[in-house]
Design a protein around this ligand. Structure first.
Ligand SMILES: NC(=O)c1ccc[n+]([C@@H]2O[C@H](COP(=O)([O-])OP(=O)(O)OC[C@H]3O[C@@H](n4cnc5c(N)ncnc54)[C@H](OP(=O)(O)O)[C@@H]3O)[C@@H](O)[C@H]2O)c1
Length: 315
């Protein structure tokens, strides 16, 4: 993020340097309920803070409860009126996702906004407890299941309140670096050809295809729920923690050339709350503006096949 492009304005009126606070200035989110996954650090923690600042009742879906408590304490210190719950969620485990939804249901809250933010990147080859490559399991399949289990509640909330429901999927421009075949239906667990950059890109391509296909389903149902995906920019967070060299560079130089989390959470909060995007669905956003995707990410057949494949893995 160099100085000049940061200041350039755009159709949305926001730029790469706009912060989540700036893009939600003046928006009243009180009465809304949001789930934010991976809210214990980075973009998720900032999203949680800014949504709470705007009056949204936020449920943090996290696997590290003590870090999440510290994040909540800090937010409540700044925003004494913040309404924040913490529920355990390990997206790499289907049973944990199901438990999270049971625990969320027990809170007896409506649900207006789902932010699928949690993610891992560049992890050496590993299978999840369900026997699925870890990026695909965590970044895509866990969120696919979570969204599927929560969708009815988002529908009902939107219908009863008359307020549009929103699903926000944090993907990445890293989708451009997926494996050559796009989604590897026949070898998602193939260790011999595993590449951690491609594996991350693969899961992020899956995030975008999921958003597109879900959006098509919702349109067919004439639903009052929209879904969009986004790239938050290159942001100084812990995302590269499994890649020592890259993580070192991010820690050393990131603050000079990358976005801070306040800017990294901007497009997420924009899609969650801004009236400008009312009715917009199935789009991909960067810096609060729609951006054209590469052809494999708009391939309808691929998206449909991924949907069926993901469903089959959940059984
Ligand atoms: N930072 C960037 O430059 C960048 C660029 C493009 C896209 N993104 C995307 O932005 C999203 C947020 O990442 P970030 O940059 O904010 O990184 P981060 O600081 O590492 O945050 C990732 C969050 O996901 C959580 N998480 C990881 N595995 C999980 C699991 N199995 N179950 C539940 N939560 C889990 C982490 O929890 P723990 O702390 O417990 O691990 C953490 O809270 C990710 O989807 C990432 O792909 C980031």
């Amino acid at each position: 993020m160099w100085g000049l492009p940061r200041r350039r304005k755009s159709p949305s009126g926001f730029s790469p340097s706009s912060t989540a606070e700036e893009v939600t200035a003046g928006i009243d989110g009180s009465g809304l309920v949001a789930i934010v996954t991976g809210a214990s650090s980075g973009i998720g923690a900032e999203t949680c803070r800014v949504l709470a600042l705007r009056g949204v009742h936020v449920v943090m879906g996290v696997r590290n409860l003590s870090t999440a408590s510290q994040v909540r304490e800090k937010i409540v210190g700044q925003v004494p009126t913040a309404k924040i719950e913490i529920l355990e969620l390990d997206l790499s485990s289907m049973s944990s996702v199901r438990r999270f939804v049971d625990n969320f249901d027990a809170l007896d809250l409506p649900l207006n906004i789902l932010v699928n933010n949690a993610g891992i990147a560049f992890v050496p080859f590993k299978l999840s407890e369900d026997g699925i490559e870890l990026h695909f399991a965590t970044n895509h399949l866990g969120h696919f299941l979570l969204t599927d289990l929560l969708l009815e509640k988002i529908h009902v909330t939107a219908k009863e309140s008359g307020i549009e429901g929103r699903v926000v999927i944090v993907a990445s421009d890293g989708y451009k670096h997926s494996y050559r075949e796009g989604i590897r239906f026949d070898k998602i667990n193939d260790e011999s050809s595993y590449n951690r950059i491609s594996a991350y890109g693969h899961s992020k391509l899956a995030n975008i295809l999921h958003a597109n296909e879900l959006s098509s389903h919702l349109k067919e149902q004439d639903s009052k729920v929209v879904v969009n995906s986004l790239h938050p920019g290159e942001v100084v967070t812990n995302i590269a923690r499994y890649w020592g060299l890259l993580n070192g560079l991010v820690s050393l130089l990131g603050k000079f050339v990358l976005k801070g989390v306040d800017q990294g959470a901007a497009t997420v909060c924009y899609l969650a709350l801004h009236p400008q995007v009312a009715g917009v669905t199935g789009s991909y956003f960067v810096d609060c503006n729609t951006v054209q995707l590469k052809s494999h990410a708009t391939d309808k057949e691929l998206a449909k096949r991924l949907w069926d494949f993901s469903m089959s893995l959940l059984r």
